[in-house]
Ligand binder design. Structure first.
Ligand code: AHR
Length: 517
């Protein structure tokens, strides 16, 4: 996909990658970032640090929930997993799928556990015992202190099912459905705010897959009933996930129907390094940025007659995922158990940078998924370890808040198959109450990159914290008992308006400190 050659970031990198200008300053190992705290992209919504727990493999069952395990509490939740998840400050948790949601009847997952029906689960080819349902999920959200996001079944499901799930969870009055909730032990409504209008409805792999027209019409009727039951809910329309098809056309058509009812347009993106081409893989986030910009344009167009009603983008599934695709030797519950390496972690950092750099329009993002299934946390029956991708997510989610800043970036770069200029330096910055956080990725495989931060309107007010995610080589993986990829913490002196810092090759570094003036 072609990029916009006129964007400032792309232009600087393109110029600097020409052989002639490489001789000029800055040299190929130098980069500059100008920072002006008044040049704001948008408010960073903490919901971009969301996550996802699908009823799939060992994510829920054997992941967050494992009754009878000695590491679980009296309600069956794994306490070590909960603690690791707390480290990610998960702001929003999506459930029950994913593909699973397209054949899920929420009524199967309520009531006494022993009486719940086991069902054929066609998304992942298994049997779902339904011992974990709405009450168990919403209780987990309370324990994790996160906001729930329920994805309704708009595949095989009906308008009634979707409407009554909202009623069951949120309706304050007395009805047959809310009496059932009380009978099942929950007096007060939960007031679940975020509701998905189906999952990946553009994919032929989806149960109940429809054309954009058919989905748009069907989702509109569901949306009306859901919002009439609880007008305070926010609805997330199923936008593009199938980029092999006419994905822009899908979004345009869906928004023609849902522009008055949807609050977010969901998009999904998974990337991988199938042909072991490091530099192509490291350029993936440029494609994410491109798709974000295109979707933003489609949203703007769809809102031309409804200007008071914003629609934001929800990247509610994103990650590196290409090895464990649920094929071949993967069997039973041990599916999609991707093992991550350092280069994956660096790509994850570039995706988080892209969310910050589009903070005005990207207001939700959910890493897929939380535990075991393409996840930053990996368990056995007796413990867990943190995968490489845990660390960039942890640093962003605990530090990058406030406003995202519009940076001037000058960096050497390289050409990829789809982009003329991929800067070696990938960067975002957050400013919150006098605290500046700069997220710096050095995409270079072998060379250090010296970055000079130049403050336009403030001064550095003392030492800056440095946190670096790196490891011995790009293929290094963590496992039980060994974590070659982790966060290294240090400090760097900072005064005046300039800070020069040398980034190691293939790394992500967070600089954080106070500004004055
Ligand atoms: O996250 C794994 C799967 O990827 C989800 O179930 C689906 O929505 C996507 O295709």
């Amino acid at each position: 996909m072609p990029h916009d050659p006129l964007t400032r970031r792309a232009f600087s990198a393109a110029v600097l990658s020409t052989p002639l200008l490489l001789k000029a300053k800055p040299s190929s190992t130098e980069a500059r970032v100008k920072i002006d705290t008044e040049r704001v992209i948008g408010e960073i919504d903490p919901k971009i640090y969301g996550n996802f727990t699908e009823m799939l493999g060992r994510c829920v069952d054997g992941g967050i929930f494992d009754p009878g395990n000695s590491l679980s509490d009296s309600e069956g939740y794994r306490t070590d997993v909960l603690k690791a998840a707390e480290g990610l400050r998960v702001s929003l948790l999506r459930w029950p799928g994913g593909n699973f949601s397209s054949n899920y009847n929420w009524r199967d997952g309520i009531g006494p556990r022993g009486e719940r029906p086991a069902r054929v689960e066609m998304a992942w080819g298994t049997v779902e015992p339904n011992r974990f349902g709405t009450h168990e999920f919403l209780r987990y959200c309370e324990l994790l202190k996160t906001e729930p996001y329920l994805c309704a079944n708009l595949g095989t499901g009906s308008w009634d099912e979707a409407q009554q799930w909202v009623e069951y969870c949120n309706y304050p009055g007395e009805t047959a459905t809310t009496r059932l909730r009380e009978k099942n032990g929950r007096q007060q409504p939960w007031s679940v705010k975020y509701w998905g209008l189906g999952n990946e409805m553009d994919g032929p792999w989806q149960m109940g897959h429809r054309s954009a027209e058919d989905y748009g019409k069907f989702a509109l009727e569901a949306a009306k009933l859901m919002k009439w039951t609880d007008p305070s809910i926010k609805l997330i329309a199923a936008g593009s996930s199938n980029y092999a098809a006419d994905w822009t056309g899908w979004n345009r058509t869906v928004l023609q129907y849902l522009n008055h009812h949807a609050d977010y347009l969901s998009m999904h993106m998974y990337v991988g390094n199938r042909d072991n081409n490091y530099y192509e893989f490291l350029a993936s986030s440029l494609e994410l940025a491109e798709r974000t910009k295109i979707a933003e344009g489609i949203i703007r167009d769809a809102l031309r007659d409804t200007p008071k009603h914003p629609i934001y983008i929800a990247w509610d599934e994103w990650n590196v995922w290409y090895r464990a695709r649920g094929e071949g030797k993967e069997k039973g519950r041990r599916i999609l158990e991707e093992q991550y390496n350092l280069e994956d972690a660096v790509v994850v950092a570039t995706f988080l940078n892209a969310f910050l750099n589009h903070a005005h329009i990207v207001k939700i993002a959910n890493l897929a998924q939380l535990v075991n299934v393409i996840a930053p946390i990996f368990t056995s029956e007796t413990g867990l370890f943190l995968q490489t991708i845990y660390y960039p997510l942890q640093l962003f989610a605990n530090n990058s808040f406030g406003t995202a800043l519009d940076l001037f970036v000058e960096s050497p770069g390289y050409a990829s198959k789809s982009f003329d200029s991929v800067p070696y330096l990938d960067v975002s910055a957050a400013h919150d109450n006098g605290t500046l956080v700069v997220n710096l990725v050095n995409r270079h495989l072998t060379d250090k990159l010296a970055v000079t931060l130049e403050l336009e309107d403030k001064k550095f007010a003392g030492a800056f914290e440095v946190a670096t995610v790196n490891g011995p080589d790009i293929k290094a993986q963590n496992t039980f008992g060994s974590s070659p990829v982790k966060i290294e913490n240090s400090h760097t002196e900072a005064s005046g308006a300039r800070l020069r810092y040398e980034l190691p090759p293939h790394s992500y570094t967070m600089l954080k400190g106070k500004l004055s003036g």
